[in-house]
Design a protein around this ligand. Structure first.
Ligand SMILES: [Zn+2]
Length: 445
C-alpha cells in the first residue's frame, strides 16, 4: 500500500513540475529584432556616448542619448496606460574620484520601473549601459558608436520593457540604462546605493553587457551560446559566514550563483535551442561590468553576454589599420542573436516576477542521521502552491533532483545522506512559476 501511495505521489508531483506558462512563449516571440536594430542604430548615431561628451546638443553626445532613451521609455509607458515610472537618477563625479575622470560631470542613469501588484518593493532589474568609449577612454570627442558595447544591452532593456509592459506582475521590474561604465562602473554604484537608501528588496540584477556579437576573434561563429557570469559569494559576507562554509558547504552557492542557475534553467525549459554557459566567476578575467556594483552591496547580480568576443571591435577608434577594420560599428551586430538574449532576460524576469517570494530562514539538519531535515519560513504563504526541495551532487553545477511538497514548511527526506549532496529550496506559485533556490543558512542540531 505504501509503495502504491508513493507512486501516486510521484506521478502528481511530476505532472506539476511539467506545468509551463504559455505566456512565456508569447514573450519569446514578441521580442523584435527590428525594434532592437532601431534602438541600436539610434544610439550609435549619437556619434559618441562617452560619459564626458557633450550634453547640450540634441544629436550628438551622452546628453542627447540619455534624453532619447528617456523619451523612448515614456513612449512605451504611454502604450501601457503609464505603467512605467520613468526618471533620471543622477550624481556628480569629480576628477578626484577616479583616475579615469578628466572633468566634473553628471552621471545620469535612465530608470523605468514597472511596479509589481503584490510586492511593489521587491525588484528584478535588467540593466544595459548608455555610455560608449573610443580607444582612449578619456577621449570624449572622437566617434565611439559602441553598437555592441553596449548599445545592445541598452536596447535589450528597452525592448524587454516594451514586451513585458503588456503584462502585470506581482514583483516590480526595473529596466535601466546605466552610465559611466567605462570609467569606473559609476552608474551601477549610484543605482545600487539608491536602492539601498530606498530599502529595495532586490531579487536579482541581470546586467547585459555586449549581447550582439556572434563572430569571435577566435574564429568561432556561434549564434546559440551565451555566457552567464556569477560570483561565488558576495564580498559583504562576514568572517563567520566564510568559516561556516568550511564545515557546511556553500562555496559555490552564493545568491548570485543561484540567480545564474535560475536563468540557465529558465532558458533550458523555454528556449531549448539556446546554449547557456555558466561561468563561475564575477566577470571575465581581470575585467568588469555593472553587476559588480550591486554585488559589492550584497545584492544578487549576474552578467549576461555573448560567448565569443571580437576585441578588434570593442574599445577601438573606428579605422582600418594593416587591413583590419577596427571599431564597434552596427554592421557587426547580429540582431537575431540580440533578440534571443533579450528574450532570455525577458522570460527570466517574467518568471521571477510571477513567482512567489523565495522561502527564508532555510534550515537544514541531518548530521549522523540516514535522512535530511529542512525547515523554512515563507512570506505570504497563501501565494505558494508548494515547494521544491532540491539536491545535487557536490560536483554538479545545476539543481538536478527535487521533491515537490505542498502545505508544509518542514520536511524530512528519508534515505538521503546529508554529507553526499548539496540542498536548496524554492517556492512555487499556482501558475507554476518558481522563486530562486535558497541555499540553507541555518543548521538544525
Ligand atoms: Zn566596454
Amino acid at each position: 500500500m505504501k509503495t502504491i501511495l508513493t507512486i501516486v505521489f510521484l506521478a502528481i508531483s511530476t505532472a506539476f513540475y511539467g506545468q509551463i506558462d504559455t505566456r512565456i512563449y508569447d514573450i519569446v516571440e514578441d521580442v523584435s529584432a527590428e525594434k532592437l536594430e532601431y534602438y541600436v542604430q539610434n544610439l550609435a548615431d549619437f556619434g559618441t556616448r562617452n560619459t564626458f561628451s557633450e550634453t547640450e546638443s540634441d544629436t550628438r553626445g551622452i546628453g542627447a542619448a540619455r534624453r532619447w532613451i528617456k523619451k523612448e521609455f515614456e513612449t512605451i509607458s504611454s502604450d501601457c496606460n503609464n505603467c512605467l515610472e520613468v526618471f533620471f537618477q543622477s550624481k556628480t563625479v569629480t576628477p578626484d574620484m577616479g583616475s579615469r575622470i578628466p572633468k566634473t560631470a553628471e552621471i545620469k542613469n535612465v530608470v523605468a520601473i514597472q511596479k509589481g501588484k503584490k510586492y511593489p518593493n521587491s525588484y528584478v532589474i535588467m540593466s544595459g549601459d548608455i555610455d560608449s568609449r573610443a580607444s582612449d577612454t578619456q577621449d570624449f570627442t572622437t566617434d565611439a558608436p559602441g553598437a555592441n558595447d553596449n548599445a545592445t544591452g541598452m536596447a535589450g532593456a528597452m525592448e524587454a520593457a516594451r514586451v513585458l509592459s503588456q503584462y502585470e506582475f506581482d514583483h516590480s521590474i526595473v529596466y535601466v540604462g546605466l552610465s559611466g561604465e567605462e570609467q569606473g562602473l559609476f552608474g551601477g554604484k549610484f543605482l545600487a546605493e539608491y536602492a539601498k537608501e530606498k530599502g529595495w528588496d532586490i531579487i536579482g540584477v541581470l546586467n547585459n553587457d555586449m549581447i550582439g556579437n556572434i563572430e569571435g576573434l577566435d574564429g568561432v561563429i556561434d549564434n546559440r551560446s551565451f555566457r552567464i557570469f556569477s560570483e561565488a559569494h558576495n564580498p559583504t559576507e562576514t568572517d563567520r559566514e566564510r568559516q561556516m562554509k568550511r564545515y557546511y558547504g556553500g562555496e559555490v552557492d552564493g545568491v548570485s550563483r543561484q540567480l545564474a542557475r535560475y536563468v540557465y534553467e529558465t532558458t533550458q525549459t523555454y528556449m531549448p535551442e539556446m546554449n547557456p554557459i555558466m561561468i563561475y566567476r564575477l566577470d571575465r578575467f581581470g575585467r568588469g561590468g555593472h553587476h559588480r556594483s550591486f554585488n559589492d552591496l550584497g545584492y544578487p547580480g549576474i552578467r549576461i553576454m555573448e560567448a565569443h568576443e571580437n576585441y578588434n571591435q570593442q574599445h577601438q577608434d573606428v579605422r582600418v589599420e594593416s587591413g583590419i577594420a577596427y571599431g564597434d560599428v552596427i554592421e557587426h551586430v547580429n540582431f537575431d542573436y540580440v533578440k534571443k538574449l533579450t528574450a532570455v532576460n525577458a522570460i527570466s524576469m517574467a518568471s521571477l516576477a510571477w513567482a512567489p517570494p523565495a522561502p527564508s530562514e532555510v534550515a537544514i539538519g541531518g548530521i549522523v542521521e540516514p535522512s535530511v531535515r529542512f525547515k523554512w519560513e515563507q512570506e505570504n504563504p497563501e501565494d505558494v502552491k508548494g515547494y521544491k526541495v532540491y539536491w545535487r551532487s557536490t560536483t554538479s553545477p545545476t539543481w538536478d533532483h527535487f521533491r515537490y511538497v505542498e502545505n508544509v514548511n518542514e520536511i524530512t527526506l528519508e534515505g538521503i545522506i546529508i554529507d553526499n549532496f548539496f540542498f536548496g529550496i524554492s517556492a512555487v506559485g499556482e501558475n507554476g512559476h518558481e522563486s530562486v533556490v535558497v541555499f540553507p543558512s541555518k543548521i538544525m542540531r
